[in-house]
Design a protein around this ligand. Structure first.
Ligand code: ANZ
Ligand code: ZN
Length: 864
């Protein structure tokens, strides 16, 4: 032992090791022909600073990257910036800064912050989606998809954000409000560009079954989002309509007397129909509203409820009788009233339903409210009837009250109803999807320009390939709302590439989710002239491990899967699925603190105390007593943010890296506490002390064998933890192993070297700087980064004790714990002496006739 151990100083060691890695270009991707491993974390939006959530995300990816590298893979671990989008324009509007300058300044800042974390990133492949080189390539493949019919324009009702003055995708509307501005979304009609993702609906569902390294919940969310449903479309003839409605064929757009089309998944319940309900946006509802103020008011009320399904689900059922009656498709003598109802979505199916209150809860609530009949038609198997009170019966059963469907099961009746509808021409079997085509037009400046030109005589003309990229003009203003590209004096005025006439550029830019739907493929080789290097993509794709937030379960992850398939069908890629493995990590959360006046207080301004077991908080700057609030995701609005820089400053990078991974499983939230980081920091010191005190020349002792066994066990346990994405348990094993090495203080130099050599390599993915220092202290040449991952001898790593169940006449009655490999006679003796066994034999008046021991597995006793 050295007499006076030195303290480990992260402030000098960390920059020293980072400089060493940089000098060696250690993280530039090596392509040596060994098996490849592509690790990618969802690239950040350059909002200004790296926050703790980013840090945890990138550290996880770094652990995987360093571990795979040590295992001998050629690792690709790149980084870039998802750099287009609204906040840059908001900054421009609020502070008069140019979006470009704001974005690139933020990138520069965040790049430096990321570099401090000691991540093994290949910065030579870095790009930002706002680089003209990147978005120019995007324009090129966009046009390729256009030529392949996957891009089109249509008039669509869009979600309009009145604050950001832009169209939002359905996914960007949360509880009826714009996802960024929080403003109530309105409906508008606009000519928009769409990507035909619905062409891939079935492929995208089927592909999910191949993604066995994705979380089940994400696959389920995607499946629900695509929402494939099988049922029937049926048509209800109009029997009575108000006089003011023009008859069909009058050239009126309302076609008020056309049959009403309805989509249902339950054609088996058709005889239980007691009304039809139309959405507020249905053409017939709108036609009637022109003559009926009460219907017009109803439409207005509906527009104020959020547009999301969740909002509609929550809202109280509301409706209005439209004064129209329709004929039942199975019985023309029977008519039912037509209502407009707020729970019918205009964007799903045909925007009209038949209500069957007996077997659909929403229909029942509606019928009870408006006094409409409830006609049950499905009863549980074996039951005489079914009582419908406040709850609809949605279970399986037999059909009754339904003429020719009586006695059939639900499934049989569905098929029979469809057969009859098809025979009479009143309907047909149908499969529909919840998924809509992807509206990608944004009326914004800071995005990828859509590379087409509008010519008065030729129509839409592609920008020729040699004129790409269509670059954003720099001289734009943000003093008035709307799209700066549209009001730019010259940018949009061009000659038609086809006929030479005066024409105008498209001024819409692409949804930023387009930018992030292919960046992983560009990383394979960001230097090629084509959008994607096929050869490089064949080498590196799919991404073996993708890591990011679960908030992207449907948006980004579905779009990326779609674009990958589309580009693959266009011959630009070979893979169909971009991400073979997906891990969704939890968030970093922190307590919140509030003053009496409601103002949030930053953790750095809070003094916590624990007097008399009672936790309390005071504001440092004022001395005021604070209310300790909920533990929530770190966010600027609640000020419960701890910047990574503060931790690095006080405890060093490695302690910070260790802490974000140590306290909870990676998929769960981790609560940031000052005590947690201090614990990690003490661990760093303990590890260093072991290496610092290492004496290679001390002679062999009787502790050596035990230490070596412990070493092999630790290698196994940590490897399993890292491999299985259980970083917290891997770290717990490391803590335990360090304690074990300390307990074997007297072990000899050779055994200690084996233990410490393994330890340095095992901690390397987590605390890479410390690991390098330790490696050097052992006298190793080269970097621990390039040292092979330690391997273990299974015999040495095996647990020493095994639990053996004892069965008496085939039934488990007891268990004993024995040393692994214990000899049969010893096991037998122990089993027979077991109190539970003895008690059983005594109680049953039996004795042992035979003992069969399966070594290390089980003991079978035959008693009679
Ligand atoms: C009659 C019926 C009877 C229904 C019954 C259900 C139970 P999924 O499974 O999600 O596809 N529906 C159809 N279009 C709708 C729309 N635009 N807005 C709101 N609801 C709509 O749901 C299909 C069912 O949801 C359809 O089957 C229809 O109600 C309703 F005992 O038709 B059903
Ligand atoms: Zn032209």
């Amino acid at each position: 032992m050295s007499a006076s151990p030195t303290r480990y100083d992260p402030k000098t060691a960390e920059p020293r090791q980072q400089a060493r890695w940089a000098a060696a270009d250690a993280f530039v991707t090596r392509d040596t022909g060994r098996p490849k491993y592509y690790v990618l974390e969802m690239f950040p939006y350059p909002s200004g600073n790296i926050h703790m959530g980013h840090a945890r995300n990138y550290v996880m990816g770094d652990v995987v990257a360093r571990h795979k590298r040590a295992q001998g893979f050629d690792v690709l671990h790149p980084m870039g910036w998802d750099a287009f989008g609204m906040p840059a324009e908001n900054a421009a509007m609020e502070r008069g800064i140019h979006p470009k300058g704001w974005t690139y300044d933020n990138i520069a800042n965040m790049r430096e912050q990321l570099k401090l974390l000691g991540l093994s990133l290949d910065w030579s492949r870095e790009f930002a989606t706002c680089d003209p080189d990147y978005y120019g390539k995007q324009q090129a493949w966009f046009l390729e998809l256009y030529r392949r019919g996957l891009v089109y324009r249509k008039d669509g009702v869009v979600n309009w954000d009145p604050v950001d003055n832009t169209v939002l995708a359905n996914e960007q509307v949360i509880d009826g409000r714009g996802w960024r501005s929080g403003a109530l979304v309105e409906k508008r009609k606009l000519n928009q560009w769409f990507l035909r993702i619905t062409d891939y609906a079935d492929d995208l569902i089927e592909g999910l079954s191949t993604l066995d390294r994705w979380p089940d919940k994400v696959r389920l969310m995607q499946e629900n989002w695509i929402g494939k449903s099988r049922g029937a479309t049926l048509w209800w003839d109009i029997a009575e309509a108000p006089d003011f409605l023009p008859a069909s064929g009058d050239g009126e757009p309302s076609h008020a007397h056309d049959p009403i089309e309805v989509y249902t998944t339950r054609p088996d319940t058709l005889f239980g129909a007691s009304f039809l309900a139309l959405s507020a946006d249905h053409p017939l509802t709108r036609a009637i509203a022109e003559h009926r103020p009460d219907v017009a008011d109803f439409i207005k009320t509906c527009a104020q409820i959020g547009t999301s399904e969740a909002d509609i689900e929550k809202a109280e059922k509301l409706g209005v009788d439209l004064g129209v009656r329709v004929r039942h498709p199975f019985d023309p003598e029977r008519t039912v009233p037509v209502w407009a109802a707020n729970f019918v979505l205009s964007t799903y199916g045909s925007g009209a339903i038949f209500g069957c209150p007996g077997h659909d809860q929403r229909d029942l609530d509606f019928a009870r409210k408006y006094g409409l009949p409830v006609l049950p038609v499905v009863r549980p198997d074996g039951a005489e009837t079914v009582e419908i009170d406040a709850e609809a019966y949605v279970g399986p059963g037999r059909i009754f009250n339904s003429g020719f469907l009586d006695g059939l099961s639900v499934e049989e009746a569905k098929a029979e109803a469809i057969r009859r509808l098809e025979a009479s021409g009143h309907g047909k079997g149908a499969t529909i999807y919840r998924l809509r085509d992807w509206g990608v037009s944004r009326q914004r400046y800071w995005g990828c320009p859509i590379p087409v030109i509008h010519c008065p005589s030729c129509g839409v003309v592609e920008v020729p390939g040699d004129q790409l990229p269509v670059v954003l003009p720099d001289d734009v203003t943000f003093d008035v709302p709307g799209n700066p590209l549209d009001r730019h004096p010259t940018w949009k005025h061009v000659k038609c590439p086809s006929c030479g006439a005066d024409a105008t550029r498209e001024t819409d830019t692409l949804d930023t989710f387009v930018d992030s739907s292919w960046y992983f493929a560009r990383f394979a080789d960001p230097t090629v002239a084509d959008p994607i290097s096929k050869a490089a993509a064949d080498r590196w794709l799919a991404v073996d491990q993708y890591i990011g937030g679960v908030e992207h379960a449907v948006l980004h992850l579905l779009y990326a899967r779609f674009i990958t398939r589309a580009l693959s069908d266009a011959g630009m890629l070979s893979v169909k699925e971009p991400f073979a493995g997906l891990f969704t990590q939890g968030m970093v959360v922190h307590e919140t603190y509030r003053r009496a006046d409601g103002a949030w207080v930053e953790p750095t301004d809070v003094e916590l105390s624990n007097e008399g077991g009672e936790r309390s908080a005071r504001q440092r700057s004022t001395g005021e007593l604070l209310v300790i609030g909920d533990i929530e995701k770190m966010s600027k609005s609640k000020k419960n943010v701890v910047a990574p820089a503060e931790i690095l400053e006080s405890h060093g990078v490695d302690a910070g890296r260790l802490f974000v991974l140590s306290d909870s499983p990676p998929e769960r939230d981790v609560q940031w506490t000052p005590g947690g980081v201090e614990g990690a920091s003490r661990f760093v010191q303990r590890v260093w002390a072991l290496f610092d005190g290492f004496d290679p020349d001390s002679p062999a002792t009787d502790q050596d064998a035990a230490l070596i066994r412990e070493t092999h066990k630790a290698i196994k346990a940590v490897s399993d933890g890292v491999e299985g994405f259980r970083f917290n348990s891997a770290i717990a094993k490391l803590y335990a192993f360090v304690a074990t090495v300390r307990d074997h203080e007297g072990a000899g130099g050779a055994a200690k070297r084996e233990a410490l050599s393994a330890l340095a390599r095992l901690i390397a993915p987590f605390t890479p700087h410390l690991a390098e220092e330790c490696w050097a202290r052992l006298g190793e040449i080269g970097m621990v980064l390039d040292a092979p991952w330690p391997t273990y001898d299974p015999a040495l790593a095996a647990d020493d004790e095994v639990v053996l169940p004892i069965q008496i006449n085939g039934k488990r009655r007891a268990e004993i714990s024995m040393p692994r490999g214990a000899d049969t006679t010893a096991v037998e003796a122990e089993a027979l002496a077991n109190p539970a066994v003895k008690a059983y034999l005594e109680a049953n008046g039996q004795s042992i006739r035979k003992v069969i021991v399966v070594p290390d597995r089980i003991i079978n006793l035959v008693a009679a």
